[in-house]
Design a protein around this ligand. Structure first.
Ligand code: THU
Length: 131
């Protein structure tokens, strides 16, 4: 399975990141089982705890449009002034949201600004979920 196109969508989504407080911009692209894709970026707030991660933005967009079945999510992140992007593993809250809607084989695609990316499953990165 080639996830290059999903990484491209995540990199494109990152351009809309609203991250004036952390300066760390994240983009995500969520692949639904029907083949549709929902993108997301992080959206921060002056009240720091109100920030929403890129992954959850993508999930909430998709779920609010009636999607309930998902195959994979691509994530890319980095400081706004960074020359290179690094793999950005999802935070714990985003892993819990993935757990709510996805099976243990849901794929997390972590990339950077090259064509390379790593593949992980949800159960690998979230082994003992609350459910
Ligand atoms: N962030 C994400 O968007 N996704 C993650 O998986 C980790 C962190 C965002 C939240 C915040 O806006 C910034 O990155 C720094 O934590």
């Amino acid at each position: 399975m080639d996830y290059g196109y999903l990484m491209d969508e995540a990199r494109r989504a990152r351009k809309a990141a609203y991250a004036p407080y952390s300066g760390f911009q994240v983009g995500a692209a969520l692949l639904c089982s029907d083949g549709s894709i929902f993108t997301g970026c992080n959206v921060e707030n002056a009240s720091y705890g109100a920030a929403n991660c890129a992954e959850r933005t993508a999930f909430f967009k998709a779920v609010s449009e009636g999607k309930r079945s998902f195959r994979a999510i691509a994530v890319v992140g980095g400081r706004e002034d960074a020359e290179h992007l690094d793999p950005c593993p999802p935070c714990g809250i985003c892993r819990q949201v993935m757990q709510e809607f996805c099976g243990e084989d849901f794929v997390i695609v972590l990339g950077n600004d090259s064509v390379d990316y790593e593949l992980h499953t949800l159960r690998e990165i979230f082994p003992l979920p609350f459910q």
